[in-house]
Design a protein around this ligand. Structure first.
Ligand code: PFF
Length: 463
């Protein structure tokens, strides 16, 4: 493993892998991947997903690492440094940072909910709720004004403190500690889930290939999920790339991060769905799964339910934390490189993002709630393009912005940057043999990835 003596970057390749894998492994792996995997054909979906993750997601990650390490800059200036003749490419960096900001805002809402559920499991509140009361409990909590906001702020404070600690002493150290803990907690959950009676139905839901369920929509969902899950397209990996040790092997590092992200997504499925099926619950994803279905599953574990609920919500909070760290770091690094002190930069971004995040939380709700006794957030009725602030942010960050940013990034990389510079960086100035890989890689960068991204984008807009 390589090491770096510079204080501004990661200290070792291992630290870099843990930090970037920390960014990649997040809510997307745990509450989204397993559900869409089962929904769109289990093993059949997995095959497509593996292709996208390794041939498009990982290629984008390598590209961002190269842009970052070559320029030693944060997103906006990175583009200007690598292409001084056409500085309008800087706008791609800017769009990426705006996307990071918006993702962070919505990510904090969900992270705040998760932290609250961790707290409620720890203090026993969750176990005192009747088995049919979880939907109402979540709705009452999420649509209230004060409590979600308190937990958003608390979560943001943790994130802020890590960023202020710096790249090595904050991000790298925390990731090296949290990622292994996360894997251990996940394995504990898997063992519990797999040993329940009736678990095999959940395993079948996840892995049995059913090609009839693999629709066009499923293929698009696979690519969207691959990008989101690997945190690529918005420039976070450009920033982490600028922190990579000079002699780090970008191909190997990207491979480890991608493998780690992929296996944690699969393990999450194994931790969740066998238990969901064993308890006779319906498979679902998102908030419905985590805050309404899983608490029922935990209660059915009897006495140990509280322990497993606490472990699970801790796991989810930690996964969300290392992802939120990377988003806040991308924005902080940009201001920092422009001369602002790290502390002030992180504080400024935090203050700005917390307003948007709390506004989104106030606007959480569902049109169906009006027909039942469930309530909506106090700002649910404020609409942008017929959507609440929460839905609007969710749509922008879930459907439109990531593929746009990813598409522009790969076009810049494949068609604007010099091939010799790319190969020089990938081969560590000729010291690492990349052989025929460069031909294959360049083909993916120039043709396969842009076309796939364009298809996702157009399909998302037409839908
Ligand atoms: N990869 C994270 C997840 O799967 O939850 C989310 C994420 C983090 C997306 C950072 C984008 C990003 F820049």
């Amino acid at each position: 493993m390589t090491s770096n003596t510079s204080k501004t970057g990661f200290n070792s390749s291992f630290g870099a892998i843990m930090a970037a894998a920390g960014s990649a492994v997040g809510l997307g792996n745990i509450w989204r991947f397993p559900y869409i995997c089962g929904k769109y054909g289990g093993g059949a979906f997995l095959l497509v997903y593996i292709f996208f993750v390794f041939f498009i997601g990982m290629v984008l990650m390598m590209s961002e690492f190269v842009i970052g390490r070559r320029s030693k800059e944060a997103p906006i200036r990175a583009y200007a440094t690598l292409c001084p003749k056409h500085t309008s490419w800087k706008l791609v960096g800017l769009l990426g940072l705006i996307t990071c900001f918006l993702i962070l805002a919505i990510y904090l809402v969900i992270s705040g909910w998760t932290l609250n559920y961790f707290w409620e499991s720890l203090t026993g509140t969750l176990s005192s709720i009747p088995i049919n009361g979880f939907k109402l409990h979540f709705n009452t909590f999420a649509s209230s004004a004060v409590r979600p906001a308190v937990f958003i702020v608390a979560f943001l404070i943790f994130t802020f403190l890590v960023i202020v600690g710096g790249v090595q002493k904050g991000i790298e150290r925390v990731s090296k500690l949290l990622m292994p803990i996360l894997v251990v907690l996940l394995i504990v959950m898997c063992v519990r889930s797999l040993t329940l009676e009736g678990a095999s139905e959940g395993v079948a839901y996840l892995f049995n290939p059913d090609f009839t369920k693999l629709t066009g929509e499923g293929v698009l969902a696979a690519l969207g999920q691959a990008l989101f899950s690997l945190s690529v397209g918005m420039g976070v990996m450009i920033v982490y790339g600028s922190y990579l040790p000079v002699d780090d092997n970008i191909l190997k590092t990207s491979m480890w991060i991608t493998l780690c992200d992929f296996f944690i997504a699969v393990l999450s499925g194994v931790a969740i769905f066998p238990a969901v099926f064993a308890c006779g619950q319906e498979p679902t994803g998102g908030p419905g799964l985590v805050y309404e279905v899983l608490p029922v599953v935990f209660q059915s574990f009897g006495g140990l339910g509280t322990v497993f609920a606490t472990v699970f919500f801790l796991l989810l909070s930690l996964a969300a934390l290392t992802s939120a760290i990377s988003l806040l770091e991308a924005l902080t690094a940009w201001l920092n490189k422009n001369g602002m002190r790290r502390f002030s930069a992180a504080l400024l971004i935090s203050v700005l993002v917390v307003f948007l995040s709390i506004a989104a939380s106030f606007a959480y709700g569902d049109a169906d709630n009006a027909k039942t006794s469930l309530s909506n957030g106090i700002w649910y009725d404020i609409k942008i393009a017929e959507m609440s602030i929460y839905e609007f942010l969710d749509k922008l960050t879930g459907t439109y912005l990531p593929p746009i940013c990813a598409f522009l990034t790969i076009i810049f990389f494949g068609w604007v940057m010099k091939k010799e510079d790319i190969m020089d960086e990938l081969s560590n100035h000729g010291t690492v043999k990349i052989g025929y890989f460069n031909v294959f890689y360049y083909f993916l960068v120039r043709f396969v990835a842009p076309v796939a991204l364009l298809v996702v984008l157009v399909a998302g807009i037409i839908k």
